[in-house]
Design a protein around this ligand. Sequence first.
Ligand SMILES: [Zn+2]
Length: 222
Amino acid sequence: MSGGRTPDRCSRCGARPAVYRRVYSGEFLCLDCLRRSVLRGIKRVISRYGLLREDSHILLVIPRWDVHRAAAELFELVEAAFPRVRLDLEDAPDVGGDYWSSLLAAAKLAASDAGGRVPVVPLTLDDALGFFLLFYSGRPLALAVDGRLSLGPAAAVEGTVALPTVEIPMAEIQVLFKVQRPEDPILSALDRMEAAAPGAKMNLLRTYHRLVAPRRREPFFK
Ligand SMILES: [Zn+2]
């Protein structure tokens, strides 16, 4: 288990009850430590990929799902520490179609409406993995690389969208905000894969980065 402590206590603070097991690190986390860790994860992505500056003007477009509203809230908490950041919010349009079309519509709106602003969409790790699976199964809607979403030709919009929450597993947002995962066969398949082989999503992410890395310097969509 974790350092000899019983798993009903948080592995980090040792004080509060654990509510979530982070399989890839072996930790059991309480709500407070999970939240802190997730916020740190967002800051890490922003700084590693240079997504934002201290005085960025941001257009945050929020897909209509509860998990993305929650992810947007976490992102806003991180940005609240930077008083010179300006943040405009927009709800993504309901375009019909499936889950992935709705995410693409949000990204498309962010990219096309940004003007001089930094377009941001609060996608999760599961969303990045889903777009990856779709890309290699003949439906190249978009691809998340280095903290940004490259839009495929179906978007008919040039450019990339910043993804500060892209390394947060959807399950962690579900636990933090007590929200449901959107109903979608690819998200279900990812969850089944994770249940059958704990840590599978993180392994898929590593495989994905290895496959994508050699192509970073050329356009993903031609
Ligand atoms: Zn804790």
